[in-house]
Design a protein around this ligand. Structure first.
Ligand code: DOR
Ligand code: ZN
Length: 345
């Protein structure tokens, strides 16, 4: 029985760090285990220009714990006013590693996102030319589309047309939640990658709704039926290079999660690696964990694999804080609902 596993240090290819007090409170959780992370730009106001991204990067670096070598990989928030030249300059200087597409209204702070996809065509074409990836929140926002169908409909109505009309554009389908997305990713060439979150590997929609509503399991895209969770587990543990970890760790204070109209997001940064080790072990795929957390993402982004390693050891159940304190109130840490036996050394 394997009781210890050493991996190249993981990266998180989709992370919300927020700003100000929240940034200071949550950044150490990620910086402890991860070498790098793709930083989501959905601040208020959003990170839309290269100047915004440079300022945000500085604030992240100055919030890092003493001695940390964590590297934030910055992104720009795509709007209908985005200037392709500004994007290209930010990429050429090394400041940004991706551009984020939020359909307007799809999720937290997405009101500045895109409604008319034709209006961002010049930026997408420039990104295809320069090899800059587009990270996509893949849900339509039409009120007549059932929320559980919004990812599948997005693939047909938006994603596939973008891929056909912008050949060569590197695209990351982010936080995929359905077997439809897994199948679509598998049908495409290596210009398409897909991230999978930790929480979507362990919860389905029953966990949110059966036996009482669990606001801390509510995120977007919302978790789907069990058959979809199993398709995600199959993809994550397959070893296929197109699938890699993007936690979408998305902290909100408990006060904001527990409102009558609560915020979407699961805060998984503190215990993600323990949960993943548990899940991969359960599926007999511990040998595929390193590919998912540490190798496939860098390969997609054309970045070197981290030289450092982390070691996880299996033993008595691991305890971790139930929440992280912030000056604005506590943020509850995601509870996978089962004991965790893998500890990050
Ligand atoms: O659950 C989510 N939370 N999904 C998103 O797309 C955004 C994120 C957030 O920023 O809170
Ligand atoms: Zn996100």
């Amino acid at each position: 029985m394997t009781s210890q596993i050493t991996l190249k240090r993981p990266d998180d290819w989709h992370l919300h760090l927020r700003d100000g007090n929240m940034l200071h409170a949550v950044l150490p959780s990620t910086a402890t285990h991860f070498a790098r992370a793709i930083i989501m730009p959905n601040l208020v106001p959003p990170v839309v220009t290269s100047a915004d991204a440079a300022g945000y990067r500085d604030r992240i670096l100055s919030a890092l714990p003493e001695g940390s070598t964590f590297e934030p990989l910055m992104t720009l928030y795509l709007t209908e006013q985005t200037d392709p030249d500004d994007v290209a300059a930010a990429h050429a200087s090394g400041l940004i590693k991706a551009v984020k597409l939020y359909p307007a209204g799809a999720t937290t702070n997405s009101s500045s996102g895109v409604s008319h996809f034709d209006s961002v065509r010049p930026t997408l074409e420039r990104m295809a030319e320069i090899g800059l990836p587009l990270c996509v929140h893949g849900e339509v926002t039409d009120s007549d589309i059932d929320i559980f169908d919004r990812e599948a409909v997005f693939i047909d109505r938006v994603l596939d047309p973008i891929r056909r009309t912008t050949p060569g554009l590197r695209v990351v389908m982010e936080h995929i939640t359905t077997s439809n997305a897994v199948e679509y990713a598998r049908s495409q060439d290596d210009t398409l990658g897909a991230t999978i979150t930790t929480h979507h590997l362990v919860i389905n929609r029953n966990h949110i709704l059966a036996g009482g509503i669990k606001p801390h399991y509510y995120c977007l895209p919302v978790a789907k039926r069990e058959e979809h969770r199993l398709a995600l587990r199959d993809a994550a543990t397959s070893g296929e290079a197109r699938f890699f970890l993007g936690t979408d760790s998305a902290p909100h204070t408990d006060a904001n999660k527990l409102l009558p109209c609560g915020c979407a997001g699961c805060f998984t940064a503190p215990n993600t690696m323990s949960i993943l080790a548990q899940a991969f072990e359960e599926d007999g795929a511990l040998d595929k964990l390193e590919g998912f957390t540490s190798l496939n993402g860098p390969a997609f982004y054309g970045l070197p694999v981290n030289e450092e390693t982390i070691t996880l050891t299996k033993g008595d159940p691991v305890t971790y804080p139930s929440h992280v304190e912030t000056p604005d109130g506590p943020v509850t840490v995601f509870d996978p609902g089962f004991d965790l036996n893998w500890r990050v050394e």
